[in-house]
Design a binder for this molecule. Structure first.
Ligand code: NAP
Length: 332
C-alpha cells in the first residue's frame, strides 16, 4: 500500500483525500517510481472538477502526471531504465490510467526521462511540463526562428515563463502579456523583452509598435475565449496563434470569420503532440537538458507544499497568485 491522493467525486480542492491504496508491481512497459516531488498543473484542477478534455471514467480517481523521483522497479520489456536512477515523468498518459500524486506510482516507461545531474527532485518536478510544452509548440510545431517575435499571453504561467527562455535561446523576441501590474517586474527579470499589462495598456498598440507595425510571428495563448479576436490583430501576415490553454473558460471565436478581418492562422496545441512522439520527445529532452546545463533554463518554483497539504496546494493553484510552478514534496 502507498499513500495516494484519490477523489471519489468531482468538485473543488476539498474532494481530494490522502488514502492508502495498493501500488503493486509494474507490468510490461511500466516502471514503478518512488515519488519525491510532484509538479501541479491546471490539467489536474480541470480533471478533478470535470472540465478537462477527457472526463473522469471511474472513481476513486487518481491525479497527476508530472513528478520526480527514483526508479524502484521496472516491468518486462523496459530498456534504458533501472532501479536507483533519478528520473522525472512527463504527461504521455491519461489520468484515468495512471496518477503520480502518491508516495509511489506506476507509470509507462515512455513517460520517464532521466533527470540531469544537478537537478534535484523539486526542480525535476517543475521543469519538463513547462519547457516541453513551450519548445514543442514554438519550435517543433511553429518552427520559430531567430528574430521572430512571440507574444505570450498569461506569461506568468509556468509555461509562459519557460516560453520566455525558449524564445530567448532561439534568438526570438518574447513579449509578455499579464493582466495586472503585480507580476510586471518579475516578468522583466525572467527575460521578457517587454511586458504589456492587459488591464491598463492597449495590447494591440503595444505589440504593433514593438514590431514596427509588422505584428508578431507567434502568439502563444493560454487564455483563449473572446480575447483571441484582439490577438488576431497582432499576428504578422504569415504568423500563427498557438492556443494551448483555456484559462478564460469561455468559448473561442475563430477570429477571421464574420468579423471583417484578414485571414489568421490559429491552431490548438497540446504537449501530447510532443511527448507521445518519441523523436520529438528525444529532441525536446535534449533541448531542455542543454538549456539546463548552460544555465539558460531554470525551473521557476513559486512555492512548495507537503503531500498532506494537497487540498491547500490546489487552492493556491486556483488563486492565480503564483509565479511559476507549485510543487508538492513527498517525505519518505
Ligand atoms: N497544451 C498543453 O499541453 C498544456 C500544457 C501545460 C499547461 N497548459 C495550459 O496552460 C495554461 C497555463 O497553465 P500553467 O500550469 O502554466 O498555469 P499557471 O502557472 O497556473 O498560471 C496561470 C496564470 O495565468 C494567468 N491567468 C489565469 N487565469 C486567467 C484568465 N482568465 N485570463 C488571463 N490570464 C489568466 C494568471 O496570471 P496573471 O494574473 O499574471 O495574468 C495566472 O497566474 C492552463 O490553461 C493549462 O491547462 C496546456
Amino acid at each position: 500500500m502507498t499513500r495516494t491522493v484519490l477523489f471519489h467525486e468531482l468538485g473543488g480542492p476539498e474532494v481530494l483525500r490522502l488514502e492508502d491504496a495498493p501500488v503493486g508491481e509494474p507490468g510490461p512497459g511500466e516502471v514503478r517510481i518512488r515519488v519525491d516531488a510532484i509538479g501541479l498543473n491546471r490539467a489536474e484542477v480541470l480533471f478533478r472538477s470535470g472540465h478537462y478534455i477527457e472526463p473522469v471514467r471511474r472513481f476513486p480517481a487518481r491525479l497527476g502526471s508530472e513528478a520526480a523521483g527514483v526508479v524502484e522497479a521496472v516491468g518486462e520489456g523496459v530498456t534504458g531504465l533501472r532501479p536507483g536512477q533519478a528520473v522525472s515523468t512527463v504527461q504521455t498518459f491519461s489520468q484515468n490510467d495512471y496518477g503520480v500524486y502518491a508516495e509511489r506510482a506506476i507509470v509507462p516507461a515512455a513517460a520517464v526521462l532521466h533527470r540531469p545531474e544537478g537537478v534535484g527532485p523539486v526542480e525535476g518536478a517543475a521543469v519538463w511540463m513547462p519547457y516541453v510544452t513551450a519548445y514543442g509548440a514554438l519550435v517543433e510545431v511553429g518552427g520559430m526562428r531567430p528574430g521572430d517575435t512571440v507574444v505570450l499571453n498569461a506569461a506568468s504561467s509556468s509555461v509562459g515563463l519557460a516560453a520566455i527562455r525558449v524564445a530567448d535561446r532561439i534568438g526570438a523576441v518574447p513579449i509578455a502579456v499579464t493582466r495586472t501590474a503585480a507580476k510586471r517586474e518579475a516578468l522583466l527579470k525572467e527575460g521578457a523583452a517587454e511586458v504589456v499589462v492587459g488591464e491598463s495598456e492597449d495590447v494591440v498598440e503595444r505589440v504593433l509598435a514593438a514590431t514596427g507595425g509588422r505584428g508578431a510571428e507567434f502568439v502563444f495563448d493560454a487564455v483563449a475565449g473572446p480575447g483571441v479576436t484582439d490577438l488576431a490583430r497582432i499576428v504578422a501576415g504569415d504568423g500563427t496563434i498557438l492556443v494551448y490553454g483555456a484559462l478564460s473558460g469561455e468559448p473561442t471565436p475563430y477570429p477571421m470569420i464574420g468579423l471583417g478581418m484578414p485571414p489568421v492562422n490559429m491552431r490548438t496545441y497540446t504537449m501530447l503532440e510532443t511527448t507521445t512522439r518519441p523523436e520529438r520527445l528525444r529532441r525536446a529532452a535534449a533541448f531542455v537538458a542543454s538549456g539546463l546545463r548552460s544555465g539558460a533554463f531554470r525551473p521557476v518554483v513559486d512555492r512548495t507544499f507537503e503531500l498532506d497539504e494537497i487540498v491547500e496546494a490546489h487552492r493556491y493553484l486556483e488563486s492565480n497568485a503564483q509565479i511559476g510552478k507549485i510543487v508538492v514534496t513527498v517525505a519518505h
